[in-house]
Design a protein around this ligand. Structure first.
Ligand code: SF4
Length: 356
């Protein structure tokens, strides 16, 4: 490949085709960092409204650092991968404490902060500080796997190391941020995961996969592990308009978020297990009806199936202190996991079940 010509063609295309994104309007380090963290595993269209609300509420790294964690999680509610939000706030607190409130300008320093890996550090250092750092995520890996017809597992660390080395060699020092963003846009708009638009690709003349006609077969991936299946019975336990809720533990899956009471069970015993759960919460026998619906939620390594049952109590006193009754106003202020938000929304509408 003629690297110089490739960079020229890519940047010329980026100059006229760059996506207009809210964090690009004023790429200060904090805004770029928040956008990059939100964009991990998440589509741009989904991120934009979250980013805008987040910036309105936490316009600076100091305001994010000083906010209660529950406020941060509330603004992240529905975006998933909540450890990103907790790490982002932990990073903001460390920047306040150790760097005078200014995000460090080198990728090496940035990587010392919680939740900031090689890609994010490279993206922020290049876009916000103009540092000559590559930023190789899954999209950029795919683009390079095709450009160089790399027939190796795209998930293998050796492949990522090789691609990072290629990107670092091509990187134009004076325009590192534009180069990295151009690759991101090329992956999002043209060299898409399925059916790359080679006919309209600005770097098609440099592409080994297109020349060999193998772009549809690349990148290569090893078979992914099958997600573990878990079945739960959940409980919509009401006392008047209030609904019984609990907070998940501070560590692990959906840490610190709120949920409807639920218990692990087999499908066949879901009603009985949920009735026992209702008894342990209220301290007495409670009639359980349903299921109201079946809900599924996919995590990266885990798949939940939840049958939702209904019960009523005439007392809002809980025998188990880890449960509370929350009215509509209180529920609106608490951050819930997405699948539980859907249960509550369906309940408000009288609907039944669904998938994430
Ligand atoms: S020519 Fe096709 S496969 Fe190659 S980089 Fe462009 S879109 Fe991707």
């Amino acid at each position: 490949m003629d690297g110089r010509q490739f960079v020229q063609d890519l940047l010329a295309w980026y100059g006229q085709a760059a996506r207009s994104l809210p964090w690009r309007a004023s790429p200060d380090p904090y805004r770029v960092l928040v956008s990059e963290i939100m964009l991990q595993q998440t589509r741009v269209d989904t991120v934009i409204p979250y980013f805008q609300r987040f910036m309105e509420r936490f316009p600076s790294i100091g305001e994010l650092a000083r906010a209660p964690e529950q406020d941060v999680l509330k603004l992240w509610e529905g975006l998933g991968y909540y450890s990103r939000a907790r790490n982002l706030q932990a990073a903001a607190r460390e920047v306040e404490a150790a760097y005078g409130g200014v995000l460090p300008d080198s990728a090496g320093e940035m990587k010392k902060l919680p939740g900031i890996g090689e890609y994010t550090a490279g993206a922020v250092a290049s876009i916000a500080y103009g540092r000559a750092e590559p930023a190789v995520d899954g999209n950029v890996l795919r683009v390079f796997a095709r450009l160089y017809a790399i027939a190796q597992d795209i998930k293998a660390p050796a492949t990522k190391r090789a691609v990072t080395q290629i990107a670092a060699q091509l990187l134009p020092d004076a325009r590192a941020g534009a180069f990295n963003q151009a690759l991101m846009d090329l992956g999002a708009l043209v060299c898409t995961p399925k059916s790359p638009r080679c006919g309209e690709c600005p770097v098609q003349a440099h592409c080994a996969a297109r020349a060999a006609g193998v772009q549809a077969q690349l990148p290569m991936r090893s078979a992914s592990r099958t997600a573990r299946e878990e079945h739960y019975g959940a409980l919509l336990l009401q006392c008047g308009d209030a609904v019984c809720v609990s907070q998940r533990p501070g560590r692990g899956l959906l840490a610190g978020l709120w949920q409807l009471p639920q218990t692990a069970t087999e499908e066949a015993t879901a009603r009985q297990a949920t009735a026992e759960l209702a008894r342990s919460i209220t301290g007495r026998d409670v009639a359980v009806s349903g299921p109201l619906g079946r809900y599924t939620h996919a995590f990266s390594h885990l798949h939940w199936t939840i049958d939702l049952f209904a019960a009523y109590s005439d007392s809002d006193v809980c025998a188990d202190g880890s449960f509370h009754y929350a009215d509509a106003g209180q529920r609106a202020a608490l951050p819930f996991g997405r699948v539980f938000l859907r249960m509550l929304a369906d309940h408000a509408r009288g609907g039944r079940g669904g998938h994430d």
